[in-house]
Write a protein that binds this ligand. Structure first.
Ligand code: HAM
Length: 413
């Protein structure tokens, strides 16, 4: 028996229904903010990811040589690909350019609950503006996406990386070493941090509240910028009770520069981060310094976090199963089938030559809402006999009203 590769999943019919419902809600929110969808290739030149994150990224991605001797990697995220796409053919477009995407990404990770080797990103990139308004909109959009999915228990953490950069600058730390320190903060390695002469103070800084931050800096501009972003967030109805300022949120990827954020779902355990993003610079790979901000949801984790709550909120129309009684009813039944399907109502018909008893049992097991029985009598009276599979009640509905009847059910559901 050949099994699926480690870190991958088969997505069942039921799971797929849930995923489609969540996807629809996320699309609705980002499109309401004026974002348009793009797609990039599943694989890219490995160099793109090496330039973005440095040589150590090779350990974390699926990289290989193809038959033509090219170094290729499966995309571990979309951000670098979208920036490549922007530089290859979208640079002339008016700014801000608002792009979103939904697709699978691949990382060579140690699989565990909520951590996979193939998973899905639903994300956005806002290219062009470098203003507090753009940072605020980026965060508000991610926040609204979570609200839009129906998830109730979540936590938003915010920071401005420039506060730590400025602090380390003022301590005379050169850039490459700053990145090392950021990695230690990311890993929560307090022991290694305390080896620095200013280590204790730095740890204190990462644990400080908003009104304490200015005390650590000579140049307080990055704190003021963050406060500005927070004031604009208020206009979106997002206030201090909805987020936490957390300077230990530094993001693992090296391209972030300014305001960053992460969202956690309370119920998920160790892999609780459902979204991450912020202000970044990747243009230098392509010879520009274009500003960009964005985020990506770990789509699988969002669906996991919603759990069974999602079932009751999936908005679906009724599903009908048509059962012709006797060969002479087939023509009439197919007319009904066709008119239901043409009107967007889910309708299915027996393809296995089953008797009524077996067909009804299939309708029951297949969780159809209605069985539509059509025999000689129904044809004569120009009606359809509609059996409600939940209540067991059966009634005749005039043929000309069958679509409206199903629509009525849909509306009242
Ligand atoms: P990221 O934080 O690396 O950010 O990934 C985004 C989200 O993907 C995470 O918050 C998490 O929910 C989910 N995720 C990460 N690894 C796994 C995994 N192994 N299995 C399941 N889910 C996972 C980025 O990738 C950036 N490109 C986001 C961004 C867009 N920044 C600016 N624009």
């Amino acid at each position: 028996m050949i099994e699926r590769p480690r870190g991958t999943r088969d997505i069942s019919l039921e799971e797929m229904e849930k995923r489609k419902a969540v996807e629809k809600r996320l699309r609705f929110v980002v499109e309401s903010y004026g974002y348009g969808e793009v797609m990039t290739p599943t694989f890219e030149h490995t160099q793109l990811f090496l330039e973005k994150s440095g040589p150590s990224i090779i350990e974390e991605i699926y990289a290989f040589e193809d038959k033509g001797g090219r170094n290729i990697a499966l995309r571990p995220e979309f951000t670098a690909s979208v920036m490549r796409m922007y530089h290859e053919g979208m640079r002339e477009r008016p700014k801000p350019l608002k792009l979103y995407y939904f697709g699978s990404v691949f990382r060579y990770e140690r699989p565990q609950a909520g951590r996979y080797r193939e998973f899905w990103h639903f994300g956005t990139e806002l290219i062009g503006p470098n203003t507090p308004e753009a940072d605020a909109e980026n965060i508000a959009l991610a926040y609204d996406c979570v609200v839009g999915t129906g998830l109730k228990e979540f936590k938003l953490r915010l920071s401005n990386l420039k506060i730590l950069y400025t602090y380390l600058d003022e301590k005379g730390i050169p850039d490459p070493e700053k990145n090392d320190i950021f990695h230690l903060i990311d890993k929560g390695d307090l022991e290694a941090l305390s080896n620095y002469s200013f280590g204790e103070e730095l740890i204190e800084l990462t644990e400080s509240k908003l009104d304490e931050l200015k005390g650590y800096l000579k140049n307080t501009e990055p704190v003021e910028y963050l406060i500005n972003v927070l004031n604009i967030l208020e206009l979106y109805g997002i206030s201090s009770k909805d987020y936490e300022i957390d300077l230990s949120t530094v993001r693992g990827l090296d391209y972030y520069k300014g305001v960053v954020f992460e969202i956690d779902a309370a119920g998920l355990g160790a892999e609780k981060q459902i979204c991450g993003g912020g202000d970044y610079k990747l243009g230098s790979i392509f010879g520009t310094d274009v500003s960009a901000k964005g985020f990506a949801f770990g789509f699988d984790r969002v669906v996991l976090a919603l759990g069974d709550d999602l079932d009751s909120t999936i908005d679906k129309g009724p599903r009908c199963y048509l059962i012709p009684i006797g060969a002479e009813s087939e023509e009439y039944t197919y007319t009904v089938l066709d008119s239901l399907r043409r009107n967007g109502i889910v309708a299915d018909i027996d393809l296995m030559d089953r008797g009524i008893g077996k067909a009804l049992s299939y309708a029951d097991r297949g969780k159809f809402d209605f069985a539509l029985l059509i025999g000689e009598e129904e044809i004569e009276e120009e009606v359809v006999s509609v059996k409600d599979m939940k209540s067991g009640q059966q009634k005749n509905v005039p043929l000309e009203n069958i679509v409206d009847f199903m629509r009525g059910v849909y509306e009242s559901k």
